[in-house]
Design a protein around this ligand. Structure first.
Ligand code: XMP
Length: 517
């Protein structure tokens, strides 16, 4: 990535929305370079960035609050296009003499957007289109010099614009997948309004990234925690290509993995890639420490701590390491930036097992820091990582521990593992695995009555959770065929001792979450 390609950039100012990264991802998908900065960014810094366009993101605040995060109104005088999304839209209204009021009803989820007139921002978008709303406040008076360009049933002003000043605002989120024509709307902003060119490409990505690692590591030894997921696999292969046997990978079996997972990692990375791979069986330690624990956050904390302790102890045995290689992706970087610099909805904080680098006083190698997940996948493909690893559905760090509701037992793990194996087999057989973001079973601490042959059973309920999603931030429950659901249920009830009833989770996110804990 040369500097020339960074010359044209879109600046995203982050007000803490959980969707801010989606905006960046969508822009990069359109091959335009962009950067996310916290809303505390100074006026000087904004000017120095020399953006081609500015996007003000959504966020959890209300402009009606006294402490609401603002922006320097001089950005509206720079002559460059500005797009406000949700909170950003209300901010534009608020700062340019419009009026924002609390709505009587919060508007949440899908809405039908009506676009009565043509607008550059809605070019090639249907006159009626589905969009995703998520807001409490609404606009009751247009900002000076603006006109309303779209409405929904609950928001008479769902989009505003002042084309002469190139300022646009959207009450809804064009960056989430549920806004059906969001791609077109963002493309219109980038190419028709900001006049950007598609010039951000990741040429010979693998080569330059490997070279970067080689330079950074020098003659040092590097250690890496390998989980078998996409990110850590790509990082490990990159570093291995750069420094060979000076990389040691540690795979920790925490006893909370799915059936066959450990074997697969050993086979792929030890046998095929010839890694220096150390496999640690720490299942008993994890399960002992989790005994009787029912609170989800407590489970995560314990698992995080035991992971760090185990990793540290193992690394010590292996000698001196100067670097820890980690699969940090761009969204993780942005998340920590907005935590420090601005307001944020602390939604994903629990997802990362932090603390390892601080604890071990090692320098970090994070070759994926600039990449989004799909870009990491692309890189993995170039590196020859098998498709079944690259296309793996995400699996959470705490593993099956957050899919057994309540206390975790050996027996519960075995039952869940067996049910999950069946679900995955059936989903794959029916050709659905790649179409779903995640599909898994959840074991409930609820017993119900059933009959099996001539006798009465009194066993647990398990739930099928299958979702479609572009990034895990929003998700919809998957409409799986009845036939497939029937096969999964029949097989689980017949083959797995300990489950006599299977139910289906039909909640979307938000307001639900993908995992149950
Ligand atoms: P939720 O349940 O918050 O999940 O809708 C969104 C995505 O994150 C995964 N997830 C986790 N990943 N540690 C992880 O590494 C965690 O504690 C954790 N909790 C949820 C979840 O599987 C989904 O892909």
């Amino acid at each position: 990535m040369t500097d020339k390609l960074h010359e044209q950039k879109i600046l995203i100012i982050d007000y803490g929305s959980q969707y801010t990264q989606n905006i960046a991802r969508k822009i990069r998908e359109a091959q335009v370079y962009c950067e996310i900065h916290p809303c505390t960014m100074t006026w000087d810094d904004i000017q120095n960035t020399k953006p081609h366009g500015i996007i003000l993101s959504g966020g959890p605040s209300s402009v009606l609050e006294p402490e609401a995060p603002l922006c320097d109104p001089r950005i509206f005088e720079m002559g460059i296009p500005v797009l406000g999304v949700c909170y950003g839209f209300q901010l534009i209204t608020h700062l340019l003499q419009g009026k924002v009021d609390p709505a009587d009803k919060r508007e949440f989820g899908r809405a039908n957007l009506i676009i009565p007139e043509t607008s550059l921002l809605f070019e090639d978008v249907k006159n009626e289109t589905t969009v995703w709303m998520s807001h409490g406040d609404r606009i009751s008076k247009l900002p000076t010099g603006f006109k309303a360009s779209a409405h929904t049933e609950n928001s008479p002003i769902a989009a505003v614009e002042n084309p002469e000043r190139k300022i646009y605002g959207l009450q809804f989120h064009p960056e989430v997948v549920h806004t059906v024509e969001g791609r077109q709307i963002l493309d219109n902003f980038l190419f028709r309004i900001c006049q950007c060119e598609r010039n951000w490409k990741m040429d010979s990505l693998a080569e330059s990234t490997i070279e970067g690692v080689r330079v950074q590591a020098g003659d040092s030894r590097v250690i890496c925690g390998l989980s078998g997921g996409v990110d850590s696999s790509v990082v490990a292969v990159l570093v291995h290509k750069a420094i060979g046997d000076r990389l040691t990978c540690i795979f920790i079996d925490n006893g909370l993995l799915r059936a066959g997972e450990r074997d697969k990692v050993e086979k792929t990375f030890r046998d095929n890639f010839h890694f220096n791979l150390v496999v640690v069986d720490a299942a008993e330690t994890f399960l002992e420490r989790l005994k009787g624990v029912t609170d989800p956050e407590q489970k995560r904390k314990i698992i995080g701590n035991v992971f760090i302790e185990t990793f540290e102890a193992e690394a010590k045995k292996l000698g001196q390491f100067d670097f820890l290689a980690q699969g940090t992706l761009y969204p993780d970087v942005i998340e920590s930036v907005s935590f420090k610099g601005g307001p944020s909805a602390v939604i994903k904080s629990h997802h990362n097992v932090g603390g390892l680098p601080e604890k071990m006083a090692m320098k970090l190698i994070e070759p994926l820091r600039e990449f989004f997940k799909d870009e990491a996948r692309l890189l993995g493909r170039e590196l020859g990582i098998p498709e079944d690893i690259l296309q793996r559905q995400p699996f959470p760090g705490p593993g099956l521990a957050i899919r057994i509701l309540g206390a975790i037992t050996h027996e519960g793990l075995e039952v869940l593992r067996a049910a999950d194996t069946i679900l995955l087999e059936e989903i794959k057989k029916a050709g659905y695995y790649d179409k779903l973001w995640q599909s898994f079973m959840v074991l409930l601490p609820v017993k119900t009555v059933g009959v099996m042959g001539d006798s009465r059973t009194y066993e647990n309920v398990a739930a099928i959770r299958a979702v479609t999603s572009a990034d895990g931030m929003t998700a919809d429950w998957a409409r799986l065929p009845y036939e497939l659901l029937g096969n999964i249920s029949n097989r689980i009830i017949n083959e797995v001792r300990g489950i006599n009833r299977v139910v289906l989770d039909i909640s979307s996110k938000p307001p639900g979450t993908i995992e149950w804990e």
